[in-house]
Design a protein around this ligand. Structure first.
Ligand code: HSE
Length: 355
């Protein structure tokens, strides 16, 4: 099978490396910037790839919504399967991309878009065939987990920890997407849309980690707590609520003990109960591993196993997520997360949700 890789950053480079271990794959093209064409197969004109009938599979390893989403649409419309690690592009047109893949009888897989190397989407889809999944939560960003971990365990400053996360290839091209919660927003929207089989697009409460200080963390530790940035999602009947917020956790919980660039994702099915998935959520090799597993799925797999029709009409009901909210140091009990987070933002105050 001939494939092309779009992008040669941390993910694209490592996908290229790992694909050398897969029989039956030829990397015919790599899309790269005109001044960086270091390999014979590199091209800087996307139409060479998207209009080549020999290309059966396009691996999208680009960052950001544009032009990635346009390339994915064109590839699917031309009868090419797509594997993407780009959560921003997938989330931005999730329903349309699924419909295009179905219409053209090709695969659209994006395991690496949520949780790096963790095989969470495949398992979510598998469990969701039998069970009704009604909650998802997790640490879904390696960069922010790394920053909070290094601040707490190594006494590193926020700025130094962020620089190190960038150096290690964990952060987005623009790390604001990591620290502001936008990256987690994309991931929890993708996972929830899949789990609840409804296309979720709302603006959801989103608070990042920018204002968390070492002093805050020391205070939390003295109270037996740890803070993590988490995505949280709940379904009740045909109503749902989502949030991306810093969460205060008991220090002996599994989530509180997730180190470095690792992620943890939990979901609950009505028969299976709670499941937790743990692994490296960011970084070249783990993310490329998830991409290459998807490539192998296209190469050998069941061609229709992963479609979602998003047929459920779901209503956003923020009240489903409520509890102990800390706004500017004040504890508000039985409070709706969306309301307390909005208040904190409007008043320029800190916000934490406590589990
Ligand atoms: N910047 C992302 C993270 C990469 O830190 O989790 C993996 O999606």
């Amino acid at each position: 099978m001939n494939l092309a890789i779009l992008g040669y950053g941390t993910v694209g480079r490592n996908v290229h490396k790992l694909l050398k271990e897969v029989d039956g794959i030829t990397v015919k093209y790599i899309l790269e910037l005109p001044d960086r064409l270091t390999e014979d197969c590199m091209v800087s004109e996307p139409s060479i790839i998207l209009q080549d009938p020999e290309i059966e599979l396009v691996v999208d390893a680009l960052p950001g919504i544009h032009p990635s989403s346009e390339y994915i649409k064109e590839a699917l419309s031309s009868g090419k399967s797509v594997v993407s690690s780009n959560k921003a592009a997938i989330c931005s047109s999730f329903k349309e991309l699924n419909e295009l893949a179905k219409e053209h009888g090709v695969r659209l897989l994006y395991e690496a878009s949520c949780g790096g190397g963790i095989p969470v989407i495949e398992e979510l889809m598998r469990v969701g065939k039998l069970d009704e999944i009604d909650s998802i939560s997790g640490i879904l960003n390696g960069t922010t987990n790394y920053i909070l971990y290094m601040m707490q365990k190594e006494g590193m400053s926020y700025g130094d920890a962020l620089k190190e996360a960038q150096r290690l290839g964990y952060a987005e091209a623009d790390p604001t997407a990591d620290v502001s919660g936008f990256d987690v927003r994309n991931k929890i929207l993708i996972l929830s849309s899949l789990a609840y089989n409804g296309y979720l697009t709302d603006d959801i409460p989103m608070i990042g980690i920018e204002s968390i200080t070492k002093e805050d963390m020391d205070r939390f530790a003295s109270e037996g707590k740890t803070i993590k940035l988490m995505g949280i999602s709940k379904l009740e009947g045909s109503s749902y609520a989502l949030a991306v917020v810093p969460v205060l956790l008991p220090k002996d919980s599994m989530e509180a003990n997730v180190p470095l660039n690792f992620n943890i994702v939990s979901f609950t099915g009505n028969y299976v109960g709670e499941l937790k998935f743990y692994g490296q959520g960011a970084g070249g090799d783990p993310t490329a591993d998830a991409v290459v597993r998807d490539v192998e799925n296209v190469l050998y797999g069941d061609s229709m196993a992963f479609y979602r029709s998003f047929e459920n009409e779901l209503q956003y009901k923020p009240e489903l997520l409520s509890g102990r909210c800390h706004v500017g140091g004040e504890l508000l009990t039985d409070t709706v997360v969306a309301e307390a987070a909005a208040k904190a933002k409007a008043e320029g105050k800190s916000f934490y949700f406590e589990l």
